[in-house]
Every structure is written in C-alpha cells, then in structure tokens.
Design a protein around this ligand. Sequence first.
Ligand SMILES: Cc1ncc(COP(=O)(O)O)c(C=O)c1O
Length: 441
Amino acid sequence: MASVKSDIPNGIKSSDRSALIPFSSRLREGRALAQDVWSIFNAANLPSDCINLGQGYMNFAPPKWVTKAAEDALNTVSPNHYSHPKGRPRLRQAIKDQYGAQFNRELDIETEILITSGANEGQYSVFTAFLEAGDEVIMFEPFFDQYLPSVTFNGGKPVYVPLHPPPHSQAKPTSNDWKIDFDELRHAITPRTKMIIVNTPHNPVGKVFTRTELEKIAALAEEFNLLVMSDEVYDCLLYDNKEHVRIATLPGMWDRTVTVGSAGKSFAATGWRVGWLIGPPSIITPTLAASTRIVFCTNSPLQEAVAAGLELVNQHKFFETQVKEYQERRDVLLEAFDRIGLQYTHPEGSYFVLLDISDVVFPDDYPFPKSVQGRGRDFKACWFIAMEVGVSSIPVSEFYCEEHTSIGESYGRFAFCKDVDTLKAAGGRLQGLKKFMKAKP
Ligand SMILES: Cc1ncc(COP(=O)(O)O)c(C=O)c1O
C-alpha cells in the first residue's frame, strides 16, 4: 500500500484506520458507551471464588417440565421456524388463560397480547411506537438501567423522580418506606410528558406499590393524558402476603396502560428472552408494528416451552412453591445481614435486597481500580466488599441520574435469586464485614 503523506481534513491521520466512521451520538446520550456497572462488577474482574450476588440471574435451572417442553419443541418442525410477529398462538392463549382473570377481562389474543424478545424488547418497541423526538418519559429512581437507553435511542427524554428512602436512623425499614413525593411527581410533568414507567414489584428496592400509590399515579395519568408502562416482570414474587395491584385494572386505566411480563423471571429462564405485553389494541397494534420491524418475531421453540410452562403452573402449584422458595432465600440473606448489624431495606417483592453500606468503612488508599474512581461512594464500597469478603453486589447509584447519585450511594444491591447453599455461604462470608464497620457512638 502507498505510504500516506498528508492529514485528512478532520485531523485524523489517514493511516489511522481504527475509527474511520463516527458512531452515533445516541450511544453517548444513552450511557451506552460509559463503562456500565455490569462490566465493572463482572466475574472476570473479581476474585475467581467471589460469590456473585450482583447480577440478577439465577444459579439454578428452569423446572424440568419446562425444559422438557423446550426439547420437545426443538424436535418438532414448526417451532424451529419463524413465528407470527404477534407471538405463537399457543403462548398467547396460555397468557390469556393464566392472566386474564387478573385483568378482570377476557383478553383478546389477536389484539391485546404481544409476545416479545424479553420484556426489554417489548419495552423498547413501545418507546419506538409512541415517542416523538423530545417526548418526556417519567421514571422513578432507582430505575432499571435499560430504560434510559431505550428511551433516548428512540428520541425520548428521561425525567427522573426519586423514590425517597427512609432515613438512615430508621430501624428495620421495609421497601414500603421508600416513598413517592406526589408534589414532586406532579411538578415533573410538563406539556411534553408522554409516558410514565411504573415498576412493581420494584427492582432494586423490592417495593410493591400500594393500591393508594397506584391510584394517585393513575389520577395524574388521567389528568395529563399519559401512557403508563407498568413493568410487572416480578409479578410472581411477592412476599409477606403483599397484594400485587395491576394499575391496568384501576378505573379507566386499561385504555392507557401497557403491562409488561417476562418468562425469564417467572421460570428462572432469563436467557430465553421471552416476554410479553398486555394492553388495549390502541397500544398493542402500533407496538406490534414496531416490534415486527425490530426483531420480526421472538424465538419460536422457547415460546412453545413457556406456553407449556404456563399451561402447567397450576397443576404443579409452581408459582406458590416458587414464591415460598424465594422467601426462604430472602430470609437467609436478611438473617445474615442482621447478624452483621447492618441496616437493609426489607424487600416485599422481586429478588433484591438493598444493604445500607454507609457504615462500611474502607481505607482511602485502598487499591481501587480506575473504573470505580470518580463514581459514587457505593462503587468503592461494593468493590471493597467483593475484594475483602468475596461477595459481589451492585452499587445502586448506577440506577440514578447524576443529580441524584447521592441518594443511591448509600446502598449495595444483593440479588437472592441463588440457591440456599450459595446464599448461606455468602451470608457466612459477609460476617467478615463486622471488622470494617463504623464504630457506633
Ligand atoms: C424491572 C425489570 N424490567 C425488565 C427487565 C427485563 O426483563 P427481560 O429479561 O425479560 O428482558 C428486568 C430484568 O432484570 C427488570 O429487572
């Protein structure tokens, strides 16, 4: 190749071919380029024997009768091929049969249920279908981190309203002590507000929104004509006899609400990427148009398996048993936190516990990697905990906008979607934190 003598106009030496094509600024706006928390607190960066309570996936398999249905589907011709973009009829029917009564209606499987490639793609498709450039989307902090890029990639503007944590001094707080300031929520609404995202049971707080809270959100949605995205992927994981209220069932709300579900959470199958949306045709039809052009259809064999799973849950009393198992897992971890003497938010749903790590002290000159420098205090605390006691967690300030980092900085998120032995082992190791705790006055 001829040697290159001159610079090209944009100042890049033409011999440098490492970044010829500028990438889109939407990657920056959506924090897609920032080193995300998952890659920092990745097993590859942590001690090899570190117990991973960071990422929210299970270390156990889906039920045998569901994986068997997946095998059967792979061994049958039709489920190895494209499905209808709406999703396989058998799965839409199974969703109708399992969930219709919870929506107090006969769901129409042709127009009111859409199968998506995980909840995530369903949510993305709703944003594609409904957002115009500059439309504002309200999300409560801490928020599931995918919301942000999904909104900004589609031209939307996230508007953050924090859930307010209980004071550090409050003994034994529960997830219900994380409160919405409804004046703050009202003030966040502008003429550009198009949507509000509600997530109940909540990741990472474990909050189960009360009927009263949802009624107040519903009243604002009615007053300002907002589309409500109700992310209910943890709808089968509620503890302490808490009631799961679907905002879509409140008076007048069906017509403006899309409810999001995930087989990943329901059947311990997060890698299967099967989710669904339930809502009125006015929301599902445009979303189907978007989803069809984004993924065309969701993988077919695992849709069949999830359909078989939903058909059999009642016979196996699966959700009833599963929630008991999760409650036991939760209690193993909470009991370990009690023994250390650290505060935590007692979660009433989902599979996360927020541990208050503001009383964990670590030396300023600890050899922290660059990736956690300059981030919230929680990044250093979670790193320190992983290195010193061998249990990984996720710093919660990642789920806040920069302006509100200080709220999240006090917490580490520990996932309990792990088997009891792993949680017991983690609980044992975490006792090692006692020697790093701030002395009580
Ligand atoms: C609140 C919330 N919504 C949506 C999702 C995405 O679910 P899926 O894996 O089905 O895309 C998750 C996954 O962690 C979540 O926590």
